[in-house]
Each structure stands twice: as structure tokens, then as C-alpha cells.
Design a protein around this ligand. Structure first.
Ligand SMILES: C[S@@+](CC[C@H](N)C(=O)[O-])C[C@H]1O[C@@H](n2cnc3c(N)ncnc32)[C@H](O)[C@@H]1O
Length: 245
């Protein structure tokens, strides 16, 4: 079983033991998944409600990368922007582990304004992976300094934007701080104003980097089967690109 499925199954068992009022109260505070979460009930309710969908959307986007063999015998780093409880990092780790490539993870950087979500992200990731080198940045992306996003030439870095659209101002800092081989994986719900934000984000890299440094991998709106409600498939708007700087 994948690490994410194990974590979510435990949460599902817990949430299913709640009465309807507790479930409903926690659900309302999520604001469709956009709220900055404040307590454990909200965190659990979030994973219960959105976890499977986010997992499926990230897997769909990661599937578009066809040269992942290059991580073999390499060290990788992860930067998870607006990481919440770390679903993006955990699904990425599960995905790479399933490829049975010989790689190691040298560093994970988690950026998230909710202190309690950030704490759980660290706990969950450490339950999947033996890693000491995790850097926690408890703030919004707008407050993150370029220096905090530095990548290195040795590692292959995965930049994960899982359902986080408040990204307008981060691209300048990313370009300043990024070197080496990088995959940028963005997934979001498919709706007009959200799509515009992602289009603008990727447009900045396209406009400022040569074709050799900015390589597009996938730009699509995809429909993904929703096993618990086949009439309501999940909508994914994904952008995946490679930066070789
Ligand atoms: C829809 S959730 C996505 C969480 C996580 N990436 C996932 O896939 O489950 C949006 C996340 O963005 C965080 N957030 C809200 N405003 C933010 C900001 N200005 N900078 C960074 N993260 C922010 C919220 O706290 C929340 O964890």
C-alpha cells in the first residue's frame, strides 16, 4: 500500500467515527479547501474530503513526465509550495518509489502558513521516509525570500504546486534561485480564474528563459475518474515543465 493511502485510511477510520455534526462543522470551515486550517478536525476532514482527488491529480501530472529514469543514482530535493499536510510531497515520493529507481532524497522544503498543517506534513513525511533534512517555512509564499528557494546543481529538484494558486509573486524568486535540473509540477482545479493564474505563472518562465532552459512537458485540462462518484469526475488543470538552468 502506498504511504499516502496508509495515512488517509487511518484518517478515514477516525473521521468515520465522528457524529454528523462534527463532520459537518469541520467541513464548513474548509471553505472548499481554500482555508488556512487551524485544528486537527479540520486537517483530518480536509484529507478525508480532498485527499483522493489530490492524489489522483498529482499522479496524472507526474505520469506526463517520461524521462524520470534520469533520477536513477541521483539525489533529489523537493520544494512543496503551500504544502498543507504534505500531500504533494507524499504522493510524489510514492510515485517515484513505485518506479523502483535507485535514488535518494536529500532535502525537503515545506512552505505553509498554517503551523498545524506544516507540523503534520513533517510528521506524515517522516512516517514515510527516514529523512532528517527537512526545512519548514511557516509563512505564505509572498514572504519567502529568494535565498530560501535555492536549488543546487547536484540534485534534481521537484517543485510541487498542488492546488495552490497564490503564486503570482514567487516566480521571480524561483528564477533567481534555481539552478540545475528541475521539474515544476502544478495541479489545480479546472476553472477560469484559477487557470489564468497558472497560465500567467508558466508564461513568466516561457518569456524569460530560452527553449533550452524551459522545456514544457504537459499543459492540459484532464478529466479523471472519480471512483466514489462516477457522475462527477475530477477536473485537473495541470502544467508540468522542466527547468534546466
Ligand atoms: C487547497 S490547499 C492545498 C494544500 C496542499 N498543497 C494539498 O495539495 O493538499 C491550499 C494551501 O495553501 C495554503 N495557503 C494559503 N495562502 C497561502 C499563501 N499565501 N502562501 C502559501 N500557502 C498558502 C493553505 O494554508 C493551504 O494549505
Amino acid at each position: 500500500m502506498s504511504c499516502f493511502d496508509r495515512i488517509r485510511n487511518n484518517i478515514v477510520t477516525n473521521v468515520n467515527s465522528w457524529d454528523d455534526n462534527r463532520k459537518e462543522t469541520a467541513y464548513k470551515t474548509l471553505n472548499g479547501g481554500e482555508a488556512i486550517l487551524k485544528n486537527q478536525d479540520e486537517l483530518d476532514r480536509y484529507v478525508f474530503a480532498f485527499g483522493k482527488m489530490h492524489q489522483a491529480k498529482l499522479n496524472c501530472a507526474l505520469n506526463a513526465i517520461d524521462d524520470l529514469n534520469e533520477i536513477s543514482k541521483k539525489e533529489i530535493s523537493i520544494i512543496d509550495y503551500g504544502c498543507g499536510q504534505g500531500i504533494g510531497s507524499i504522493v510524489l515520493i510514492d510515485y517515484l518509489n513505485a518506479l523502483s529507481l535507485d535514488f535518494s532524497i536529500s532535502n525537503i522544503k515545506l512552505i505553509e502558513p498554517s503551523g498545524i498543517a506544516l507540523y503534520m506534513a513533517k510528521e506524515y513525511i517522516q512516517s514515510c521516509l527516514n529523512i532528517d533534512n527537512m526545512e519548514l517555512i511557516n509563512s505564505g509564499l509572498n514572504e519567502v525570500k529568494a535565498d530560501s528557494l535555492k536549488t543546487n546543481d547536484k540534485d534534481i529538484t521537484f517543485h510541487i504546486f498542488s492546488n495552490i494558486l497564490d503564486i503570482k509573486l514567487i516566480y521571480e524568486n524561483m528564477i533567481k534561485s534555481t539552478t540545475g535540473v528541475n521539474y515544476v509540477v502544478c495541479v489545480s482545479p479546472d476553472y477560469w480564474s484559477g487557470n489564468q493564474k497558472l497560465d500567467e505563472f508558466i508564461g513568466y518562465f516561457r518569456d524569460n528563459l530560452s527553449d533550452k532552459k524551459f522545456i514544457i512537458i504537459s499543459e492540459r485540462g484532464a478529466t479523471i475518474d472519480n471512483p466514489s462518484n462516477p457522475d462527477k469526475p475530477w477536473k485537473n488543470y495541470e502544467k508540468v515543465f522542466k527547468l534546466a538552468i
